[in-house]
Design a protein. Structure first.
Length: 629
């Protein structure tokens, strides 16, 4: 596990600035505190930071092929590298280490730019092919590892984090108004956009091939295809458990201590149960809880820890954790409105005191339909049968008058959120309940500087693009495809990568083994969402291994009581960050409307926590990244 960065200059006479490459690499020490490595030759500079996991003594990077004409820097883990290595050796390749990094080099030699399809793992890598004068960048299928790049007529600059690129000369820092609009709508900036207009993310499952003269091509090497197989439910359940067990087993490959995140939800409980089946020693598990009763799930985590006799550690998250805000936003690189960065960081920090690698349950919701928004969408198909005048003139006004509950998911909160979601276009389906800023609110919130995007449908078109790209005619599977391509890649994976790497901890996600993802795409959607039961087949398949209380519990989500904290402990922070003077800068926002949101939230009339926190994160990020330009 590492961080990577580098530069390719397009002029053959140009000489790389070694000091600049070193500055770029210093920005990501947290991703690899154990050692660094450089390839600096002519117009090419590659660099990396290493967190040693496998082949501790022999896996130093950069690594080359036999004759030193192909060099790689790489971030991630390739779980099938032992099999890949044997195959490549049978084809005549010679290895000097037992690291997975070297397997990628030889796979590139053998298969060229098609080599990512041979890899099972999480990765972002850069290969310099000296003979072809080609730089080859690639990112794993599900976007677990990040990769940013900037290109102009003179150079390409890339890195695992934005901070790398911003340490290079002549990389512009102009805010992308389109990306800001997307962020405020979804609480994340989706690929290929970044918050900066001229810097881009390489999308998941894609590679970038750039020739020495600057000509480049972005290639998609993987996509998810849906097709139902003819197996019976019991056969599908067995196949799922067998595949998940193997996905867990290969992710136990490590020369350092490992453990698991345990929230007490079905997904993390599945992973711990499967780990316990194959590990000789007790699984080390790590959980986080809250003092607020409706948010605290530690009793469920404890039930699994007791059931499998794990070596269990817990931490209670309190409002004082928000003192970490500046630090965590700096690690994020871009604005991310997901409240759960705090528990994710703190559980990572706690785990890092005991292990270097953890397994997590990320991905289960997107594969098997775990979100309540799927049920909300099914409910809406009945709700729309109610006459429009009753919906618009009775239900909507009444729901807007309901004061929000302090509970995590009170009935009033569910009603308000459901009605709020119905204001978005129907063709967005369940994604409507994953959006936080409707057109009417944008017209009041956005200032003159945002006028060019105010009338655009970019957020809607972003979602519609993936609905159109899904090759399934099944209503639910199309929605799952959209979640995998959007929310999973650009929110969940970003949060987990940045918060775990901020503590130099490697997080592995067995559900996101591409074989599991592709297997889930063959399961009929009726076995994913069955009536009002979400993740039905996963629960049935894992029932023999988990207590009934875990199987039968509802979806809670990994969140914090931010709506309550903003009215109490975090009130001074919010009033400072969202003050009229600060909100009037650059003409991006209407300061008066922001103050209205603040007042309504503090008075308890509305729950504006998502909008307010997103604005707070953006303002803090802007102070950090634009203060010197």
């Amino acid at each position: 596990m590492c961080g990577i960065c580098g530069t390719l200059l397009f002029s053959r006479e140009a000489q790389i600035d070694a000091a600049e490459v070193r500055r770029m690499n210093e920005q990501i020490i947290h991703r690899g505190p154990d050692e660094d490595g450089f390839y600096l030759k002519g117009r090419v500079g590659l660099a990396m930071r290493r967190l040693s996991i496998v082949d501790l003594s022999g896996g130093q990077q950069p690594i080359s092929n036999e004759d030193g004409t192909i060099w790689i820097v790489y971030n991630g883990e390739i779980y099938n590298f032992p099999e890949l290595k044997r195959d490549l050796e049978n084809r005549g390749h010679h290895f000097k280490t037992r690291s997975d990094t070297e397997a990628i080099v030889h796979a590139y030699e053998e298969y060229g730019v098609d080599c990512p399809a041979k890899l099972n793992g999480m990765f972002a890598f850069a290969i310099w092919d000296e003979r072809r004068e080609r730089l080859f960048l690639s990112r794993d299928r599900l976007g677990k590892k990040p990769l940013y790049y900037y290109k102009n007529n003179e150079q390409l600059v890339f890195g695992s984090e934005l901070k790398c690129l911003l340490a290079a000369k002549n990389v512009p820092r102009q805010i992308s108004r389109q990306a800001l609009d997307l962020y405020l709508t979804f609480e994340y900036v989706p690929a290929p956009h970044s918050i900066f207009a001229d810097i881009f993310k390489l999308p998941a499952g894609h590679s970038l091939v750039i020739e020495g003269n600057g000509k480049h091509e972005i290639r998609q090497y993987w996509d998810l295809h849906f097709h139902e197989n003819g197996y019976q439910q019991q056969e599908l359940e067995k196949g799922l458990v067998d595949l998940l067990q193997d996905a867990v087993k290969i992710r136990l490959m490590s020369d350092v201590p490992l453990g698991a995140f345990l929230s007490g939800g079905i997904d993390s409980s599945c992973i711990v149960a499967l780990m316990a089946q194959v590990m000789k020693e007790p699984v080390k598990t790590f959980s986080i809880g809250f003092a607020e009763g409706s948010y605290n799930e530690l009793n469920f985590a404890r039930a699994i820890a007791k059931h499998y006799k794990t070596d269990h550690k817990e931490f209670i998250l309190r409002p004082s954790a928000l003192e970490l805000t500046d630090k965590l936003i700096k690690h994020l690189d871009e604005p991310l409105g997901d409240f759960s960065i705090f528990p994710t960081y703190l559980v990572s920090k706690m785990a890092r005191e005991h292990v270097t690698v953890v397994l997590s349950g990320d991905g289960g919701d997107e594969l098997f339909g775990g979100y309540d928004t799927y049920l909300a969408d099914a409910m809406y198909r009945q709700y729309r049968k109610v006459p429009a005048f009753i919906r618009n003139r009775v239900i909507m006004p009444v729901s807007s008058c309901l004061p929000p509950s302090e509970k995590k998911k009170g009935l009033r909160n569910r009603i308000k959120r459901f009605v709020e979601g119905t204001r978005y276009p129907e063709d967005l389906q369940h994604v409507r309940w994953m959006m936080f800023l409707a057109d009417a609110e944008k017209s009041r919130l956005y200032g003159e500087a945002m006028a060019p995007v105010r009338s655009q449908d970019l957020p809607y078109e972003y979602i519609r693009h993936y609905f159109a790209q899904a090759d399934s005619q099944d209503y639910v599977n199309r929605q799952l495809y959209v979640d995998i391509k959007t929310y999973l890649c650009d929110d969940i994976m970003v949060k987990v990568d940045r918060m775990s790497m901020a503590t130099s901890l490697e997080a592995r996600a067995p559900f996101l083994d591409y074989r599991v993802v592709e297997y889930a795409a063959t399961i009929p959607s009726a076995l994913k969402i069955h009536g009002t039961t979400t993740k039905y087949i996963l629960k049935k398949a894992m029932a023999p291994l988990l207590p009934p209380a875990i199987i039968n519990r509802g979806k809670e989500g990994f969140s914090i009581p931010i709506k309550n904290w903003l009215r109490e402990e975090l009130r001074p922070m919010m009033l400072d960050i969202l003050s009229p003077a600060r909100m009037q800068r650059d003409g991006l926002f209407n300061a008066d409307y922001v103050q209205r949101l603040v007042t309504e939230h503090l008075q308890g009339a509305e729950n504006h926590s998502h909008r307010l926190w997103a604005l707070m994160v953006f303002n803090i990020w802007r102070d950090q990244y634009l203060a010197t330009v």
